[in-house]
Design a protein around this ligand. Structure first.
Ligand code: LMR
Length: 397
């Protein structure tokens, strides 16, 4: 039966990680997948997570099935991260623990498709490649709205608003509340107001995908567009990933939070989310969730974790500035200001597919085909090599 199954070219991001791991060149640099590396070039094991792990292991018992929606102690601390404590208390919410941010998107997509199969899903152009795959996989027609202008390297606000104004009532709009992946270009506060106004005027349903809370401007600042929308009393879906912010990529822990019309509808939505979980994987895993829940439920560990996220944010910013400074020296005729304007883990360099291939083949530097590099993987040691290699591929192509 399987003789005629075609192969697949591989995932544009995770496939790169496979290639990087099997590359024998000792000086290789991975700027492909979005993972935070510390100054020593290692994925950090956060001190708050280490302490939480000690406590969780000390208290370990047999692992029974968790409830389909996840453990209460975890769920209670998730929504306030998104909406802030005061607002959370006033909102009719359905929250579940998920298998990473991808799992939250998948459960959200399955739930939406079950009840609104005729709606379109709008994603920014460009966006994280898997957004399209997940929503198409759930059965939706996925359309894109302009987001980024490659000429100016800035947010294409007018084009985005004009396109969304043409969307049909009830269509679903995928938004990155902060640290846009892959461009690093985020709307300003005023631009967010215009976006939310269009969503409201045309009765569109936002689905915010928040994978980098705290890596942009700060914990509260990064969630601001979601909070403003919720304050307007409107429905919303939010997927949350803890992979990057807790440096717990392999634990696959995230959450999906839906603000529904009232307490009764939130209860019904939760029942449907549980059904979607059951149909996909029955119930979520324990370990990563317990680490995160231990940290967020303990004032001291929570403060330590917040400081660790802030330190990551500051280091990413300093790497942006350092790369821009080096490129200014090596390519004085060009402006590199865009690097410092962008936020979060990624920089959108404008490198072509061909130039990205040359970076890999000739310099053992891995980037995504779109020209996205992970700034969070730069350090004082690899910066000069990366800046020189980028300059070389730009000069001779
Ligand atoms: C990325 O964009 O590199 C990360 O979100 C990892 C992934 O799953 O693609």
């Amino acid at each position: 039966m399987f003789f005629n199954i075609p192969s697949h070219s591989g995932d544009p991001i995770l496939g790169l990680l496979e290639q990087f791991r099997s590359d024998p060149r000792p000086h290789k640099v991975n700027l492909g997948v979005g993972m935070y590396y510390d100054e020593a070039g290692a994925i950090p094991f956060l001190a708050s997570v280490k302490e939480a792990e000690r406590r969780v292991v000390d208290a370990a018992t047999a692992r029974v099935y968790l409830p389909m929606e996840g453990e209460r102690a975890f769920l209670e601390v998730v929504a306030p991260l998104i909406f802030g404590a005061a607002l959370t208390d006033q909102l009719p919410l359905a929250t579940i623990q998920t298998i990473g941010g991808s799992g939250a998107l998948k459960i959200g997509a399955d739930f939406l498709h079950r009840f609104f199969p005729q709606k379109n899903v709008w994603v920014p152009s460009p966006t994280w490649d898997n957004h399209i795959g997940i929503f198409e996989g759930a059965g939706f027609i996925v359309k894109s709205y302009p987001y980024y202008d490659p000429e100016t390297r800035k947010f294409a606000g007018d084009a985005m608003l004009a396109t969304l104004a043409e969307a049909s009532r009830g269509d679903i709009v995928l938004l990155h509340p902060c640290c846009h992946n892959p461009t690093g270009v985020d709307p300003t506060k005023e631009e967010w107001t215009s976006i939310l106004d269009v969503l409201e005027a045309h009765q569109l349903l936002p689905f915010f995908d928040m994978a980098y809370q705290g890596f942009g401007a700060g914990q509260d600042e990064d969630a601001a567009p979601i909070r403003t929308w919720a304050e307007r009393g409107r429905d919303v879906l939010v997927s949350l990933s803890f992979s990057k912010t807790f440096s717990l990529y392999g634990e696959r822990c995230g959450a999906l939070c839906i603000r529904a019309g009232d307490a009764e509808s939130a209860g019904n939505v939760l029942a449907q989310l549980k059904l979607a979980v059951r149909r996909n994987y029955s119930s979520p895993p324990t370990h990563g969730m317990r680490l995160i829940s231990t940290i967020l439920n303990d004032a001291e560990l929570r403060a330590q974790w917040l400081a660790e996220v802030e330190a990551m944010r500051v280091r990413i910013r300093s790497m942006r500035s350092a790369l821009a400074a080096l490129l200014r020296k090596l390519q004085p005729a060009h402006t590199h200001d865009y690097l410092e304007r962008q936020t979060g883990m990624f920089a959108f360099t404008g490198l072509s597919v061909h130039q990205v291939a040359r970076l890999k083949d000739e310099h053992a530097i891995y980037a995504v085909d779109s020209g996205r590099i992970c700034v969070a993987a730069l350090n004082e040691g690899n910066l000069p090599v990366v800046a020189k290699a980028i300059t070389e591929v730009l000069r001779s192509t």
